[in-house]
Design a protein around this ligand. Sequence first.
Ligand code: AMP
Ligand code: TRP
Length: 345
Amino acid sequence: MAHFKELVFSGVQPTGNLHLGNYLGAIVKFVDLQKSHDCIYCVVDLHAITVAQDPLQLTANIREVTAAFIACGIDPKAHIIFNQSQVPEHAELAWVFNCVARLGWLNRMTQFKEKAGKDRENASVGLYAYPALMAADILVYRATHVPVGEDQKQHLELSRDIAQKFNNDFAESIARNGFNDAFFPLPEPLIQGPATRVMSLRDGTKKMSKSDPSDYSRINLTDDADAIAQKVRKAKTDPEPLPSELEGLKARPEADNLVGIFAALNGTSKADILLEYGGAQFSTFKSALVDLSVAKLGPIGAEMKRLVADQAYIDAVLADGSERAGAKARQTMNAVKDILGFVRR
Ligand code: AMP
Ligand code: TRP
């Protein structure tokens, strides 16, 4: 396998209610990776329209995710923050990948099955082809590492399958065009730590999600201290005190979830948290969790509010990021066109 320069890419959909799951499962990792890698972080508005969106709300949500990236500590000068629709090469490469990916591969995607539900005939073609666009997002930069939550694992595997099939199908042309071995890297998912799948505060067997009708199911990044405190205090638990060892969290999904959240916010492991809180009642543990959550999330929410109010700044960040991302994406797309045998200017 050819050697690729390490590059991080990830995306977040501008579909409202950014929550603790997005933060701990993804954005915290985005922030950390800046120290060791070049990073590109994308507000994936083309993915958002795979289900119905209100245009005015979508505009606001794109700016809000951008504000969240910056408020959480992503540096838009040292790295790249942009929105997907401003770099048309994403959609262009996605079309190529629609012709590489097999129906059988997409038919296995569990997220499509969940999102389409029973009324599959009425789901958009875009919702079905969504993973091919996601592969294009990553591979149009030939990115090597992709921090995501656990729910995106299957999509990342599909991205690798697409990269591999393209490399194989066009191996001769890839060599003829001067690329050794492989044109696309096989992107690696980065799914680590105690909160790769944050669960609903109302039901420890359901994922925390932007679309849950109950706002008590999630902590939003824009929640104030009172809202955070209320939601943590009302979070579903069981009657037992906390166990002292990891083993004791099995079959206790709500306890497991709250301990995972605590550990992730604290930058430690679940085992460490149990060393401290094993034997404690939930009332004690929840008080500490409220304090920790408010300390970590309070300043982010406040900074998001400040940034969202400065629309000119947010839009300038996206314009600058799109320009820098676009220059890289065009290079890849030109090479892809040569490899495919297209005639170009
Ligand atoms: P989305 O909101 O679907 O665009 O997700 C943005 C990022 O947050 C992706 O990397 C997801 O895997 C991650 N994510 C979403 N929900 C959760 C959750 N409940 N727990 C952990 N990560 C999540
Ligand atoms: N599908 C991802 C999600 O819903 C968002 C996404 C789109 C993404 N393109 C990406 C994540 C590329 C990582 C890399 O969470």
